[in-house]
Write a protein that binds this ligand. Structure first.
Ligand SMILES: [Fe+2]
Length: 228
């Protein structure tokens, strides 16, 4: 069952405004706003629908896990945004999947060699469907950095897979502004500086809300085009 968690409709709409993704933006500015989101590697820790270790049930709230005894370790955050085409038109009914490490940098995946402990209260995987305005939202925690080897430390990030309709499947990663390991991350450095900026997100602070930080990450997909 797809649950919408505790993120209200009002919060999501406000997030869309914060993001600047209002459809009223005209012309060239609009085209730049909705340039295709830079791709990033899928990585080794995605769990597909046929993987028996994929946590069930799952939805858009990664802070609720079967058998949990409390909240997960780490800072609870909301991640929300709009999925659009390259002309900023909302993509309704797109599947948005996310997966990420827990607060100690460990994935809920048997292949993760990181000796850091699993968090039984953290699901680590979520999925949702965009609404009629192309909006999605997740409640999760800010992930930890983790070592990859050879001195490379991956900065905190959330993996995204987005697919649906007449659009190319998108694998990408959302990063957190101000993280020390962003600077030397090999995957971030594979893309141009202006593209990097579109994946590194500043928090929108919401004092007084149940969670302090909201991250607005809009995703633009590339449509399939007929061969000419
Ligand atoms: Fe990762």
């Amino acid at each position: 069952m797809m649950l919408q968690g505790r993120i209200s409709r009002r919060d999501v709409l406000r997030a869309a405004l914060i993001s600047g993704a209002a459809l009223a933006v005209p012309g060239r500015a609009l085209a730049e706003l909705c340039q295709e989101t830079p791709h990033q590697e899928e990585g080794p820790f995605y769990l597909n629908a046929y993987d028996r270790t994929r946590p069930m049930p799952h939805n858009n709230d990664l802070t609720v896990a079967t058998g949990a005894t409390g909240l997960p370790e780490g800072q609870i955050i909301d991640v929300t945004g709009r999925v659009t085409d390259e002309e900023c038109r909302p993509v309704k009914g797109a599947m948005v999947e996310v997966w990420q490490a827990n607060a100690r940098g460990r994935y809920r995946h048997v292949a993760d060699p990181n000796p850091a402990p699993l968090d039984p209260n953290f699901l680590g995987f979520g999925e949702t469907i965009t609404d009629e305005n192309g909006m999605y939202s997740f409640k999760t925690i800010k992930p930890g950095a983790y070592p990859v080897g050879g001195g490379w430390v991956r900065p905190p990030h959330v993996h995204f897979k987005v697919h649906g309709g007449m659009f190319h499947m998108m694998f990408t990663q959302m990063y957190f502004a101000g993280e020390e390991h962003n600077r030397n991350d090999f995957l971030l450095n594979e893309i141009a500086k202006d593209e990097r900026k579109r994946l590194i997100i500043e928090p929108s602070r919401r004092p007084g809300s149940y969670t302090a930080n909201l991250y607005v990450f809009n995703i633009a997909l590339q449509p399939f085009r007929p061969r000419t």
